[in-house]
Ligand binder design. Structure first.
Ligand code: G6P
Ligand code: MN
Length: 446
């Protein structure tokens, strides 16, 4: 079985390969093809994988190429984990928005729109090539903003593209743990868009345990989301929001924290990772040790106090082990071996949320088997959540329209309609500012 990884020179690829090395079951991946635009990044990551595989019998073979079509041909699964504009682009997304006093986060608000505008055209090109060269392959999209990018690709690949995120499963795991339940036994009632969803219940053996958590201030205040949102607000909501909703519910504080930070998250990661790729230019360097050191530094920041700045909230070490690669591997396994399982994924709505049309990609628990991922029926969202979901989906649709037409005015509309952009004039200046710094937005025409 052949797995192609787009963005194969990316820093997280060794996590994926590590997960593959742990898979001994029949029908596992035997061949990995790394694709990247940047030769030196491919070389660096391939060196790490080579050291990871040392001494492991039947480790999946690894090849690397900068030829996209060659990478796609014959693939059974494709992981798309690209970052258009790199971490420099992420840092610029943050900086330009902050200069206007609005949020520039990777996936939320103005930053997410800018990132979406430069990623969608590239993702669509990939989807078209996959449809032509590997029509039977399954594409698992890691690329952020994951819901929007998955929807763009689904217009060409239908339900053969499935988007993933580690945040819903991480949230469900933290809630289960605080309730003393085994996360494996819990059914998480979660729905929304990517990075915009709510846990409304957590059932263990048919019983909803969430009311017990909401009724107990000590328990509620004892885990990451309780501290992030505050006990009172969680009780008012009657649900536990995805951590990314902090950027909506506490937008002022989040923007201020970003503004006061010595370095934004993107700037921090850019420097840290540049250092790793630099080290890899030395043929004598021990690649795995260098990678692991950088990984540990990055993960330490997840446990620091301030997610908005250099860190990403207070997660304990266990939470870091259930990341994207595990979700991706579980999904790939369920499809390849027809092992029926349930995972929270980004797929087309198909009637699940009645306020959205059938083709809108949402994040929802899905039943997965050899036929793909099928959203399960969920309770409707309350009005305030439906309102937010519809507003953000409308913004995503403007991003898709701007990427297709190249219209400057449509790009302005996308920013202006976002609940976290507070003036049409700000939206206009954001488009000016972003087109100045991002070559990937040169396609926008007035
Ligand atoms: C979580 C989110 C991802 C996001 C990542 C950022 O895992 O689900 O979508 O990309 O956090 O982490 P980073 O270390 O890049 O700030
Ligand atoms: Mn995510």
């Amino acid at each position: 079985m052949k797995l192609t990884i787009l963005g194969g020179g990316g820093f997280r690829v060794p996590l994926v390969y590590g997960a593959l090395l742990g898979d001994r079951a029949e029908g596992r991946v035997t061949e990995v093809v790394l694709h990247d635009l940047d030769d030196s990044r491919l070389y660096a990551v391939a060196r790490v994988l080579d050291e990871q595989a040392a001494g492991i019998p039947d480790a999946p073979t690894v090849t690397a190429t900068t030829d996209l079509d060659e990478a796609l041909r014959g693939a059974d699964f494709i992981f798309s984990a690209i970052r258009v504009g790199g971490l420099q682009g992420r840092a610029d997304d943050e900086r330009v928005a902050l200069a206007e006093g609005v949020l520039g986060q990777e996936t939320v608000g103005a930053g997410g729109i800018a990132y979406g505008l430069r990623t969608v055209p590239v993702a669509v090109d990939i989807a078209r090539r996959v449809a032509r060269l590997a029509p039977d392959a399954w594409l698992i999209n890691f690329t952020n903003p994951a819901g929007l990018v998955t929807e763009a690709m689904s217009r060409h690949l239908g339900d053969r593209v499935i988007g993933i995120c580690d945040s819903p499963v991480g949230l469900g795991r933290r809630i289960a743990r605080v309730l003393g339940a085994n996360p494996q036994d819990a059914w998480i009632d979660y729905v929304g868009l990517n990075h915009l969803g709510w846990v409304r219940g957590l059932r263990v053996a048919g019983r909803d345990e969430l009311p017990r958590l909401l009724a107990d201030p000590d328990l509620l205040g004892s885990f990451e989301e309780g501290k992030l949102f505050g006990v009172d607000w969680l009780r008012s909501l009657g649900a536990i929001p995805n951590e990314y909703l902090h950027y909506y519910y506490f937008n002022r504080e989040a923007v201020r924290a970003y503004q006061q930070a010595e370095k934004t998250r993107g700037a921090f990661l850019r420097e840290q990772q540049a250092h790793f790729y630099e080290e890899m230019r030395d043929p004598g360097a021990v690649a795995l040790a260098a990678w692991d050191r950088t990984r540990a530094e990055r993960e330490a920041t997840y446990m620091s106090e301030n997610r908005e700045t250099a860190g990403a909230g207070e997660r304990d070490a266990d939470d870091l082990s259930g990341g994207y690669e595990k979700v991706a591997l579980a999904l790939m396994r369920a499809i390849a071996r027809d092992e029926r399982t349930t995972l929270i994924l980004n797929v087309r709505n198909q009637g699940t949320l009645s306020a959205l049309d059938a083709d809108a990609v949402i994040e929802v628990p899905c039943l997965v088997d050899a036929n793909g991922a099928h959203p399960v029926a969920v309770d409707p969202l309350p009005g305030h959540a439906t309102g937010l979901v519809c507003a953000v989906k409308a913004v995503e649709r403007e991003v898709l329209a701007a990427a297709e037409s190249g219209s400057w005015a449509t790009a302005v509309k996308a920013f202006a309609l976002h609940p976290l952009v507070d003036s049409v004039n700000v939206a206009r200046r954001l488009v000016e500012g972003y087109t100045e710094v991002h070559p990937g937005l040169a396609y926008l025409r007035r």
